[in-house]
Design a binder for this molecule. Structure first.
Ligand SMILES: [Zn+2]
Length: 426
């Protein structure tokens, strides 16, 4: 709780979210204007005692579109220049907080040392990510050490539109309207694996089509056997798998294999076990590019400048000499909605990667470094440097066992599914 008093000001607040830490000063020479503005600000923070003596507001806040609308409204009526500037910077900082994200607001007189600041960040990381990616005991056991070095942002399970509404710029070709257009809905990761919730304003129609043909269509095909087995709807319903020799489809909750070369074509003569190799036709390196693109799609705008080489690499405009391995776990607890967690390092310890991403859906978890540039990619392709990172992210070995290592080379991506009768495990 914060307790504060009205005029004489100025009054200061410190607002801490996972992305922003800013101070809002409210002052001015006109007490009537000051009190009016303060009242309206307190409404944004849901103050529950507003009287001439003071106010009380909850320290833990949840951001909303309504808050931004209200600040814009307040700004229209502010005459004092200093106060106006302060509110403009408040509006800018608020723009960096995701809608529905939790943040804290403290009075400025309330001193927060670095240890307390760390606890606040951990608490926010927990509140904002729980139910999306981690549970509380996992955070306690595995993540608190990671949170000393990384900010974690997770998306999934709730509808999110990434990017600015007003000034849409494609993250991948750098073009704006009218040099390119943004008529179609661009998904941050493919709709073909069941993503209905996370979309982006920052990918133009041209790039969306190019990436779909080059990466996403293959990526979706790679996982469609699992989607068919679990009746997960993709872009056009639950996928049916068809090749020259077999077809596989979900019929009323049961997986039916039709072997076109043998006489297996009904539920009565299904084999006891089925092994299916899926080779969609893109390379392991392209798989890596597809994954890194999903990470870039969910990043905050301010981070993009750190990844300009990565974007060139995804666009085949710049080669990376060597690449670190991708980890794939195919035995995760099942979840329908894809979720992505992005770890961004907040200190200068270059023995750890700047960006690490985890991407979970169905039974799959991909964990990978998002290299900032060739230098970082080379550094983490070295086995012992990679080992340092892998040990630091200790949940990979202790929580998410059974990782397969994929070397991002030119060979074609291949995934082998193995089904026993009436079971559905990749
Ligand atoms: Zn583009």
């Amino acid at each position: 709780m914060i307790e504060g008093q009205y005029y004489p000001g100025p009054l200061g607040f410190r607002i801490i979210s996972q992305e922003v830490d800013f101070t809002l000063m409210i002052g001015g020479s006109d007490p009537i204007e000051f009190n009016a503005i303060l009242n309206r600000l307190m409404e944004i923070f849901g103050a529950f005692t507003i009287s001439n003596q003071g106010f009380t507001i909850p320290a833990l806040q949840r951001h909303s579109r309504d808050a931004i609308t209200r600040i814009i409204e307040i700004l229209k009526s502010v005459k004092n220049k200093q106060l106006r500037n302060n509110l403009v910077s408040m509006k800018q900082s608020f723009g960096k907080i995701e809608i529905d994200e939790y943040y804290f607001v403290f009075p400025l007189c309330f001193s927060i040392d670095s240890n307390e600041h760390l606890n606040i960040e951990k608490e926010l990381a927990y509140i904002n990510n729980s139910g999306t990616f981690f549970n509380e005991s996992e955070l306690d056991q595995y993540f608190f050490k990671i949170l000393d070095s990384y900010n974690i942002k997770a998306y999934g399970h709730r509808e999110t539109i990434i990017g600015n509404k007003g000034k849409r710029t494609c993250r991948f070709c750098g073009k704006k309207y009218p040099k390119t257009c943004f008529k179609e809905t661009a998904h941050s990761f493919p709709e073909g694996i069941g993503n209905k919730l996370i979309t982006t304003r920052d990918e133009c129609d041209t790039c969306n089509h190019i990436y779909n043909d080059k990466y996403d269509a293959h990526f979706s095909r790679l996982h469609q056997v699992s989607m068919a087995a679990h009746e997960v709807r993709g872009k056009s319903g639950v996928p049916k798998i068809e090749s020259e020799t077999i077809s596989l489809e979900n019929v009323n909750g049961r997986l039916l294999l039709v072997d076109k070369t043998n006489a297996i074509n009904s539920f009565d003569n299904q084999p006891d076990s089925i092994k299916i190799n899926v080779i969609p036709g893109f390379s392991n390196r392209d798989l890596y590019k597809a994954l890194c693109r999903y990470a870039i799609n969910v990043m905050h705008n301010d981070e993009l400048s750190n990844f300009s080489d990565t974007i060139k690499w995804i666009n085949n405009e710049l080669p990376f000499t060597l690449l670190p391995s991708i980890f794939l776990n195919t035995k995760m607890p099942f979840q329908i909605d894809p979720a992505i967690a992005l770890y961004l390092r907040k200190n200068n310890d270059e023995s750890l990667p700047y960006a690490v991403c985890e991407f979970k859906f169905l039974h799959f978890l991909y964990a990978f470094i998002v290299p900032k540039n060739d230098k970082e990619a080379i550094y983490f392709s070295d086995a012992s440097n990679f080992e340092t990172f892998f040990k630091f992210f200790k949940h990979y070995t202790e929580l998410y066992k059974n990782f397969q290592k994929i070397t991002p080379d030119d060979s074609l991506v291949r995934l082998t599914y193995f089904f026993k009768k009436h079971e559905a495990q990749p």
